[in-house]
Design a binder for this molecule. Structure first.
Ligand SMILES: Nc1ncnc2c1ncn2[C@@H]1O[C@H](COP(=O)(O)OP(=O)(O)OP(=O)(O)O)[C@@H](O)[C@H]1O
Ligand SMILES: [Mg+2]
Length: 238
């Protein structure tokens, strides 16, 4: 799914927290690619992602999905997951199965999909546990498995590997790359981990104080001569 933003602005209580204009007034999140959004705390990354995901409205500007404004059909093909996911107080299995149940899939098909995800994310051993009493990292993996369960067309991830151990990061990155490669899943991921961004992203957008300073192929960010970006990269040595 191609996602285009045009002159997006978000104002909270008279404070402009996001304002995409000038050279970067229009951003294109091209279909079938993995897009990274990076930048310092408070730069507007989550705000931009929530606007793209249709969870909050921009104060002005527009977002188009394959050239169309948001509607229920498009909304139901997209999914958003954060590093502080909300899980139901049911079993891990039930949480992952939920998007399939509401889409009225057959029980056998649900069972097969959920079993594959439990195996892929190496969380089979906790499938009957209540999702209420899990560690932060376990919750994130379940939220991601749930987000992938119904094969969305676009996936928005807000710091999905914050609090995740190195082996699980590898599992998550592999799962994302596999869906991207095999199903053409369009992914937008917010990360503070620049080496992760370079490992998996085809495109990077850098936000600072609500403005966009860069939106291009990852390797090009090394040759921008912007002091804020230079400083960000130097703190992110890898
Ligand atoms: N609901 C809200 N009401 C008022 N201000 C808000 C609201 N949500 C976000 N903001 C402000 O908007 C700015 C951008 O916030 P946002 O969450 O988009 O930043 P971020 O880049 O995701 O930061 P982080 O890396 O810390 O997650 C911040 O100054 C924040 O305080
Ligand atoms: Mg954020």
């Amino acid at each position: 799914m191609n996602i285009e933003t045009s002159h997006i602005k978000k104002i909270y209580q008279e404070k402009t927290v996001l304002s995409l204009d000038g050279q970067f007034s229009d951003l294109l999140f091209e279909s079938g690619k993995i897009h990274g959004i990076i930048g310092p705390n408070g730069s507007g990354k989550t705000t931009l992602m929530k606007i793209i995901a249709g969870l909050i409205a921009p104060s002005s500007g527009a977002v188009l999905y394959n050239g169309q404004p948001l509607c229920q059909d498009i909304f139901s093909e997209m999914t958003y997951s954060t590093h502080t996911p909300t899980l139901f107080s049911r079993s891990v299995y039930q949480n992952i199965a939920y998007p399939l149940k509401i889409r009225k899939q057959e029980k056998n098909a649900i069972d097969q999909t959920v079993s594959q995800l439990l195996e892929e994310f190496e969380i089979d051993d906790i499938k009957d546990q209540s999702a209420r009493h899990l560690s932060g990292g376990e919750s994130q993996k379940i939220a991601l498995a749930r987000a992938l369960s119904f094969s969305p067309k676009a996936l928005f991830l807000d710091e999905p590997t914050a609090n995740i151990d190195p082996k699980s990061i590898q599992i998550i990155e592999a799962a994302l790359q596999k869906r991207n490669r095999e199903q053409g899943l369009t992914i937008i991921i917010i990360t503070h981990n620049l080496s992760q961004a370079f490992r998996i992203c085809n495109h990077l957008t850098f936000l600072d104080q609500g403005s966009c300073l860069f939106s291009d192929r990852p390797e090009k960010i090394m040759t921008t001569s912007h002091s804020t970006i230079d400083e960000f990269i130097s703190f992110n040595r890898f």
